[in-house]
Design a protein around this ligand. Sequence first.
Ligand code: ATP
Length: 236
Amino acid sequence: MLLEIRNLHVTYGNVKALHGIDLTVEQGEIVTILGANGAGKSTTLMSISGLVKAAQGTISYKDKELTTLRAHNIVKQGISQVPEGRRIFGTLTVQENLNLGAFTLTDKEKIAKNQEWIFSLFPRLHERRQQLAGTLSGGEQQMLAIARALMGSPELLLLDEPSLGLAPILVKSIFATIREINKSGVTILLVEQNARAALKLADRGYVLEVGRIVLEGKAQDLLENREISKAYLGGA
Ligand code: ATP
C-alpha cells in the first residue's frame, strides 16, 4: 500500500470536518473522492499534505507516518498537492512558478528533464513561459498549477477540483492530461465535483458525506450504482 489513512478525525475549532475516515491508495492507481460541498474532500487532501493537522488517526505513506511531519517534509517524501483555486503566484512568470515547484530537487539535470516533460504535456505553458502567471486564462492557470506540482517529481499527486470553473472542452483536456500523467507512473488522488468524469478516469472511488465515507468501490461499480447516480451523476 502506498498511502493508508486510518480513522482520521479533523476538527476546525468546534467544527468536526472528518469523523474517522479510512482510505487507501495503491501504487499506480487513480483514486477519486466524491462528495457534496463541505463533505470534507479538501480537508482529506490537506491532512495528507500536512496543511491541516489530524486530531486523531494515522496517515502512512510507504509505511512512514505523516501526521507528525511538517508540510515541506511531506513534499520531500514524494507527495505534491495541487490546491483548489490553483494558488499560483500571479506576479511571477510561468517559468518562475515552475522553478518554485522544483524546490525539493537539487539535481539540475533532473529539473531540466522534468521541465521538458512538463512542456510536452502542456505546450501552451512553453509558449507562455515569460508571461506573468496572473495574466493567464483560467485553464492555463490550472495547467500551471499541475505543472508546478509535477516539477518536484512527485510519486503521489493530490488534485483538488482540477476541473473547477473550466469550460467543457478544457475539462476534457485536463482529464486526458491527468490520465497521461498517471500512465507515466504518478499515482493520483483526485477530488472532484464532476463525478462522472472522475469515475470514468479513476480505478476506485470513495464517497464522502459530512465527514464520513458512506460508500467505496471500483469506479465502474460506483458509476453503475443507483444511489450514486441519483445523488451525484444527475441520473434518475
Ligand atoms: P468543497 O467542495 O466546498 O471545497 P469539501 O468537501 O472540500 O467541500 P472541506 O473544504 O474539506 O469540504 O470542508 C469540510 C467542512 O469543514 C465544512 O463544513 C467546512 O465548512 C469546514 N471547514 C473547512 N475549512 C475550515 C476552516 N478553515 N475553518 C472552519 N471550518 C472549516
